[in-house]
Design a protein around this ligand. Structure first.
Ligand code: G1P
Length: 203
C-alpha cells in the first residue's frame, strides 16, 4: 500500500509540502503528512473553508484547547437535510463549563438525514492528537469509498478528550463557486481600504 503513496517532499525554509499522489480521501491526505507531524498534536486546515471573524477560527480553538486538550473540531449547524454533505457529531451531555464546547460521543461521515445523530457538522479546522495516525494507517474505506479522517477520529473517542468547538465568525464554502464569490466580497467589504470601492462597484 505504501507504494501507492508517492510522497514528494519539498522542504524549503519553514514550509514543507507532501503531494498526495491519488485522491484516496481526506484521511489519506492527512496520513501522507505523518512524518512531518511526528508525535505531537497538530492542526488540520481545509483551505476550501474560510471563516471571517474578529479572531481566526484556529486561534479561538487554541484558546479552548488550553482548557480541554485532546481533540477539538470546529463545528457549525447545518440544515438537517444537508447532513449527507458533512461529518456529523453525536453530541454527549455537556461536560465543559465553556458554552462553546460540546462533548462528542460519536462521529459519522456524511450520514443520511434520516439517521444523522445531529445537525452539528465538522468545519474544516481540527486540532488532533498524533494517535489518529495509527487508525489512519489501517487505510479503511468509509463513506464514498474514501479513507475518511472522520472514521479514524471516531476511534479516539473514549480514549482521549474529544470536543466540538462552536466558533465565532461567518463560514464560507469556497469549494462552491457561489461560496467562493461571496467569500471574496465579504473579505473585501471587511477591509477598510477596499470596502467603499467594492460596495460602489457592486451597486
Ligand atoms: C470533509 C470532511 C467532513 C467535513 C467537511 C467540511 O468533507 O470529510 O467531515 O464536514 O470536509 O467541509 P469533504 O468536504 O472533503 O467532502
Amino acid at each position: 500500500l505504501l507504494a501507492l503513496v508517492e510522497a514528494i517532499q519539498i522542504q524549503s525554509g519553514y514550509i514543507s509540502y507532501v503531494r498526495q499522489a491519488e485522491p484516496l480521501g481526506l484521511g489519506h491526505a492527512v496520513w501522507c503528512a505523518r512524518e512531518f507531524v511526528g508525535n505531537e498534536p497538530f492542526a488540520v486546515l481545509l483551505p476550501d473553508e474560510q471563516v471571517l471573524g474578529h479572531k481566526p477560527c484556529l486561534a479561538q480553538m487554541m484558546e479552548a484547547y488550553e482548557q480541554v486538550g485532546g481533540n477539538l473540531l470546529s463545528v457549525f449547524e447545518v440544515p438537517h437535510e444537508q447532513t449527507n454533505k458533512y461529518g456529523i457529531l453525536d453530541v454527549a451531555p455537556a461536560a465543559a463549563a465553556d458554552a462553546r464546547l460540546v462533548g462528542v460521543k460519536g462521529l459519522v461521515e456524511k450520514p443520511d438525514p434520516a439517521v444523522a445523530p445531529s445537525n452539528l457538522s465538522i468545519q474544516g479546522r481540527y486540532i488532533l492528537q498524533p494517535e489518529v495516525f495509527q487508525h489512519l494507517a489501517a487505510f479503511e474505506k468509509g463513506a464514498g469509498g474514501e479513507i475518511q479522517l472522520t472514521d479514524a477520529m471516531a476511534k479516539l473517542i473514549g480514549n482521549q478528550p474529544f470536543h466540538g468547538f462552536k466558533f465565532e465568525g461567518k463560514r464560507f464554502d469556497c469549494g462552491d463557486k457561489l461560496g467562493f464569490v461571496l467569500a471574496n466580497v465579504a473579505y473585501a467589504l471587511d477591509r477598510p481600504d477596499m470596502a467603499d470601492k467594492v460596495r460602489a462597484a457592486l451597486k
